[in-house]
Design a protein around this ligand. Structure first.
Ligand code: NDP
Length: 444
């Protein structure tokens, strides 16, 4: 039995039933096999055995009172997965599906993603099974205050710096920051994704979506293709999806479909981004309402059916496991030549293998959606300096980071015998930096 298989078996035994976490670990571990042949010192130091074990997993009760004076109880999580290269960094997700397995899969991936950015940030993630949908602003505030009352014991500008993720946007970050400041009497960069008025970075809102397209543009150009004239399907209509749409359109592509968890909208003339922003960002309504703004836009129920639409480029930007092997086959059959993961782990392992075997240009999440956390690290840098850069300065840095990530992943893939395979390249490049730091710091 191979060394990697032995470690995987132990992870399966220690984390029973945690399907998302096991999927994320499996996806990384088997791509690292060539590294251990060249670096036996990593095996001796037990790097792999340590990297799959979170440094700390905090689970806590979050009681709060809703608008009808009823006590509600949610569960809060923070995983501080690996702090070898910097303070723990990773978003908070508020969604009813949140559990330990989902937080651990996200935290594990975050280690490698953060490493790839080249910035000094360790891997963490957190969240709650609280659903902000349909709650009043006051309910969301009460929940955020209760959540932060406990979380504040474990975070800090030099310890652990959370950000947003699904269900956590500017509103939630504002409430969380305000409560941390009150509890600690300290004005520090403990969260990123803050409002511009109180320490946020320009271009953070746009960063994950823009970064995804910068990365994919590099991948397309290196293979003689481009967004110009391409038909693009984007799942989701949240933060990542909206700014991916904006950048695709700037580069001459046409986004013909977007979705939310109810269904998807389709428009052969291109989805009107202003309408999506109005409905989703300003009014917090359902995507089907876009049809009342633009006559040519049609709504269809069932969010996964969005992948039946013929497209050149598919950008899953909603959630994990959106694309399985059946959908992957359909996309390839329909002529899709590139897939970029805006969401975390939106494609199953079988789907990824199918894309790669069928020469689809594939941008894995750890590399392709790293622009958000990279810009969060730029927000931390600006907070430390008590200074802020212009939108253009941040955007240029973001673009450079995404191009560097592309180059690092390509070089690592080539060096370890998998030229062109961005999954292998991103995993290996992300892993080696963390492994070297762990080796240097001894057994901790
Ligand atoms: P948002 O909450 O802003 O938007 C999420 C979107 O995905 C919504 O349209 C939502 O629809 C849809 N969605 C969520 N869950 C499901 C589901 N189970 N089934 C179908 N649709 C769903 O989140 P973000 O845009 O911030 O995040 C999207 C993805 O990108 C996540 O995987 C996240 O981890 C990843 N990501 C985000 C980063 C960021 O900076 N924000 C950084 C890196 C990765 P509905 O409104 O109906 O729930």
């Amino acid at each position: 039995m191979s060394y990697v298989q032995k470690v995987m078996d132990s992870v399966i035994q220690k984390n029973p039933g945690e399907t998302e976490f096991l999927q994320a670990v499996k996806e990384v571990l088997f791509t690292l096999e060539p590294v251990f042949d060249q670096h036996p010192e990593y095996v001796r130091a037990g790097i792999l055995e340590r990297i799959v074990e979170p440094e700390r997993l905090i689970i806590f009760r979050v009681p709060w009172i809703d608008d009808s004076d009823t006590v509600q109880v949610n569960r809060g999580f923070r995983v501080q997965f690996n702090g070898a290269i910097g303070p723990y960094k990773g978003g908070l997700r508020f969604h009813p599906s949140v559990n330990a397995s989902i937080i651990k899969f996200l935290g594990f991936e975050q280690i490698f993603k953060n490493s790839l950015t080249g910035l000094p940030i360790g891997g963490g993630k957190g969240g709650s099974d609280f659903d902000p949908k349909g709650k009043s602003d006051i309910e969301v505030m009460r929940f955020c205050q209760s959540f932060m009352t406990e979380l504040s014991k474990y975070v800090g500008a030099d310890i652990d710096v959370p950000a947003g993720d699904i269900g956590v946007g500017a509103r939630e970050i504002g409430y969380l920051f305000g409560w941390y400041k009150k509890l600690k009497n300290s004005y520090e960069g403990v969260l990123t994704g803050k409002g511009i008025e109180y320490g946020g970075s320009l271009a953070r809102t746009e960063a994950t979506g823009y970064g995804l397209i910068y990365f994919m543009d590099e991948l397309l150009k290196s293979n003689g293709k481009s967004f110009n004239g391409a038909k693009v399907v984007i799942s989701g209509s949240g933060n990542v999806a909206i700014y991916a749409h904006q950048k695709v359109t700037e580069l001459g592509g046409k986004v013909i479909a977007m979705s939310d968890s109810d269904g998807f909208i389709y428009d052969a003339d291109g989805i009107d981004l202003a309408a999506v922003k109005k409905i989703k960002e300003t009014e917090r309504k359902r995507i089907k309402e876009c049809t009342s703004i633009v006559g040519s836009t049609k709504f269809y129920e069932g969010c996964t059916n969005i992948w039946d639409i013929k497209c050149d480029v598919a950008l899953p930007c909603a959630t994990q496991n959106e694309i399985d092997i059946v959908i992957a086959k359909k996309l390839v059959e329909n002529g899709c030549f590139a897939v970029g993961e805006g969401a975390n782990m939106p494609c199953s392992i079988e789907a990824i293998d199918y894309f790669i075997n069928n020469k689809v240009l594939f941008g894995p999440a750890k590399a392709a959606n790293a622009g958000g956390v990279a810009t969060s690290a730029l927000e931390m840098a600006q907070n430390s300096m008590r200074y802020s850069w212009s939108f253009e300065e941040v955007d240029i840095r973001l673009k450079n980071i995404m191009v560097n990530i592309y180059n690092k992943a390509s070089e690592a893939a080539k060096k370890y015998g998998h030229e062109g395979n961005m999954v292998v390249g991103a995993n290996i490049a992300g892993f080696i930096k963390v492994a070297e730091a762990m080796l240097a710091q001894g057994v901790v």
